[in-house]
Design a protein. Structure first.
Length: 95
């Protein structure tokens, strides 16, 4: 069995949608973006109470954003990525 180091390809994913890897993770994740020349924001919300735990502003033409999650408690989080292409919610599992 071969293990991939990059993002997993989802056949239902649109080409410009953001993706996240590795997921699950214990220390850091990378968000792969296609901002289409517009700034955006990545927000991480707690799965317990929905509170905002991280907010990262992205620049036009950013491709990969690494986010340190080592200080977050184990659990499930929702990552909301807003950019020139729209809004995408991604579930993040913190080990």
């Amino acid at each position: 069995m071969e293990i991939s180091e990059g993002p997993v390809t989802d056949p239902l994913k649109k080409p410009n949608e953001p993706s996240l890897f590795p997921n699950p993770s214990s220390d850091a994740v990378t968000v792969v973006l296609n901002n289409g020349g517009q700034t955006g924001i990545i927000q991480v919300f707690s799965g317990i109470d929905g509170s905002l735990v991280r907010s990262i502003v992205t620049n036009a033409y950013d491709k990969d954003i690494q986010i340190n999650i080592s200080d977050l408690p184990k659990g499930i989080y929702t990552m909301k990525v807003t950019n020139g292409e729209g809004i995408k919610s991604i579930r993040l599992v913190k080990l």
